[in-house]
Design a protein around this ligand. Structure first.
Ligand code: ATP
Length: 434
């Protein structure tokens, strides 16, 4: 639908109403920067993660999956430069004491009360906690602010156990934590989020070619999760804005309802991380190329995909409204392969004569498709619900079914209905789901 009609209020309200995403700790008034995924949100997120993992890890012989611990030795973050430089510029209003990210406020005035803003200072975004029974500086640990370092510290393990040939990469999906000064825009900027990241190790002289390759892979991925080409924009990050580890970064920006903002990024991290870890840990992280009799620290291309921002971009792209019989129908036109529920089985009434036919249909189809059986409320309300959660097909079992052994299959997008023989259903749906 036209972009202007998709507002964050609508997307957020649907996500809550239909059980995708709730405010974190809601009954206690919430906790800023946290969100809880409900049953349908979990399912949507799982479909995205499974698709990503299959494409970038399982289907490739040059990729290795890892799942590193969230708590890591704090020396990791010293070596990686995060203790010193993983900061955002912070300003505080002298009047109302609210804090803001300096690069997100215009002029010298507080966006809330127009009070005078104080001196800018650097604020480290890592969450600190302590491990063990004694709380002193030696027990300090950080919750990881990116999944990347969990892969760098496992580089040697992978080389030693799998002897991969260069180039190769590690992939990881997991939580990251950042004490964002101003979490905002629903699940766009949160303090706890999930990342899907790749660290791809290459020979130093080949980095440009691999950068281009992964840039294309990321574009393909965005197309395959249903994002529209016109909503995606590449931004070459100017050298003065590059992160401390990067020689080149391209941000993939997406047109969210609240503006054009970073969705993903691809960075050339050079040998920054491995070289620093080698120095700090005194463990050699050189790669030995037996064939070419070379020994070197690999360079790294890092494609990074924020999972929560992926979910938000999918919800914003899929949300649609149309007028049907004088009423507004809202519908999530999710790509079928990502829809949490593929088929809903809806007997017209709760009467046993219908459930004896409908239940076996559910039992057969659930072996192949994620199905939902729903016999509550009026059929109109049930269609509205399935439309709003993006279910591609609704099967209605009516009193005719008892005689003709056929059901009505309703298409989410066109609302067209087909009469299909029960025994033909798996074949019919398989074809439609392609
Ligand atoms: P931003 O400039 O928006 O703060 P960033 O450049 O710091 O993001 P990266 O460090 O490149 O982000 O993190 C990689 C990816 O992780 C981002 O592209 C984004 O998808 C996701 N991400 C980063 N910070 C957050 C956050 N606070 N909430 C949700 N997702 C995030």
């Amino acid at each position: 639908m036209e972009k202007e009609k998709v507002t964050m209020e609508k997307v957020e309200s649907l996500a809550k109403r239909r059980g995708f995403i709730y405010r974190g700790s809601e009954i206690y008034g919430g906790l800023a920067g946290t969100w809880d995924y409900g049953p349908l949100g979990v399912a949507l997120k799982k479909n995205v993660k499974d698709m990503w993992w299959k494409r970038f890890v399982e289907d490739r012989s040059d990729m290795y999956g890892v799942d590193a611990a969230i708590l890591m030795n704090s020396r990791v973050w010293e070596a990686a430069g995060h203790v010193a430089t993983f900061t955002d510029p912070l300003v505080e209003c002298e009047k109302c004491k609210k804090r803001f990210r300096a690069d997100q406020v215009d002029g010298g005035a507080c966006p809330d009360c127009k009070g005078k803003l104080g001196q800018e200072r650097q604020f480290n975004m890592m969450f600190k906690t302590s491990a063990g029974a004694v709380e002193d500086s030696s027990s300090t640990v950080y919750l990881r602010p990116e999944t990347a370092q969990g892969m760098f510290v496992n580089f040697k393990n992978i080389v030693d156990s799998f002897h991969p040939r260069m180039p190769f990469g590690l992939g990881q999906i997991g939580k990251a934590f950042r004490n964002e000064i101003t979490p905002r825009d629903f699940i766009f900027r949160t303090r706890e989020f999930e990342q899907m990241e790749i660290e791809y190790f290459v020979k130093p002289e080949d980095w440009k070619e691999h950068f281009e390759y992964w840039r294309e892979q990321m574009t393909e991925w965005m197309k395959d999760i249903g994002l529209r080409e016109q909503d995606i924009h590449e931004l070459e990050v100017p050298s003065e804005d590059l992160a401390h580890y990067s020689k080149r970064t391209i941000d993939f920006e997406f047109d969210f309802p609240f503006g054009r903002k970073e969705l993903y990024g691809i960075a050339y991290r050079t040998d920054f991380d491995l070289a620093n870890h080698q120095k700090e840990s005194t463990v050699s992280l050189e790669y030995i190329d037996e064939a070419e009799k070379q020994k070197f620290i690999p360079h790294v291309i890092e494609p990074t995909f924020g999972l929560d921002r992926t979910i938000l971009s999918i919800l914003c792209t899929s949300y649609d409204e149309e007028a049907v019989d004088g009423e507004v129908r809202s519908v999530l036109r999710l790509p079928k392969h990502l829809a949490p529920i593929k088929v809903a089985i809806l007997p017209l009434s709760k009467k046993e004569e219908l459930s004896v036919v409908a239940k076996p249909i559910f039992d057969t189809l659930k072996k192949e498709f994620v199905c939902q059986y729903d016999e509550t409320q009026s059929i109109g309300k049930r269609y509205r619900r399935q439309d709003e959660i993006g279910t591609p097909y609704c099967i209605t079992v009516d009193f005719e079914t008892i005689n003709d052994h056929a059901v009505t299959v309703r298409d989410r997008d066109t609302m067209k209905q087909d009469r299909v023989a029960i025994e033909k259903l798996p074949e019919y749906l398989r074809e439609k789901m392609k």
